[in-house]
Unconditional design. Structure first.
Length: 223
């Protein structure tokens, strides 16, 4: 395994809550709420490729014929990697759709995290391709939004996300980790998950919940 694969594998054994707690312990940002699973209950975790979309005609829109949004990111992905899409134009138009889900699934992409609406949700459900998004819509991107950049810094919620950062997404939320922080975040998250597992085991063996929570939980995020 190379280092990216090792980080992704370790991240995949955690959940977004443990990783968010680790960010809190370390005083780091990256947790995003309000983005929910639209198509699959499966958790995704891995290295991120980014896509930034803007309104057609905006100053940031590229000149020349438009490229279909998301296709370059799919081509850039290795199996197990994630595509994060910024669609903060304020326009009700999908930033991801069914043919993109099909192509990403075939390429081995782990899933998509979209700050904006997506469509063809039923199609992605049928192939069990995880799409996390703000909401769903039937409205096409055609003549409404265009791709401004691929693998450039984007904003998802309050998080700045760069290509090569890491993400984990599940039913609780989405967390992004800067590449340079990944090692220490994982170390902290694994320690937190281990302590929570020990607390659960103590409960199963008859320890009172007030004792378990009072002794450990309130102090878990102290550095």
């Amino acid at each position: 395994m190379n280092s990216d694969d090792d980080i992704a594998a370790r991240l995949g054994r955690l959940d977004s809550c443990a990783v968010s707690d680790a960010l809190d312990r370390l005083g780091l940002a990256g947790c995003v709420t309000g983005i929910a699973p639209q198509t699959s209950a499966r958790r995704i975790a891995g290295l991120v490729h980014t896509v930034r979309l803007v309104a057609k005609g905006a100053a940031a829109a590229p000149a020349g014929p438009p490229r279909h949004l998301g296709t370059a990111a799919i081509e850039a992905c290795r199996p197990g990697e994630i595509i994060a899409v910024e669609q903060r134009s304020g326009i009700d138009a999908a930033c991801w759709g069914g043919i993109l889900s099909q192509g990403a699934k075939i390429k081995g992409v782990a899933g998509v995290i979209a700050d904006g609406p997506v469509r063809d949700v039923d199609e992605a459900r049928q192939i069990d391709f995880p799409v996390f998004a703000r909401t769903a819509t039937s409205r096409t991107a055609r003549d409404r939004i265009v791709e401004a950049a691929t693998d450039a810094p984007i904003r998802i919620g309050e998080a700045t996300v760069r290509p090569g950062d890491y993400a984990i997404a599940d039913a609780s939320g989405v967390v992004f980790i800067r590449a340079e922080d990944a090692g220490r975040v994982l170390e902290a998250a694994e320690a937190i998950a281990g302590r929570e597992a020990a607390m659960t085991e103590a409960l199963r063996h008859g320890k009172r919940i007030t004792e378990v929570m009072g002794a450990d939980y309130e102090h878990m995020l102290k550095r």
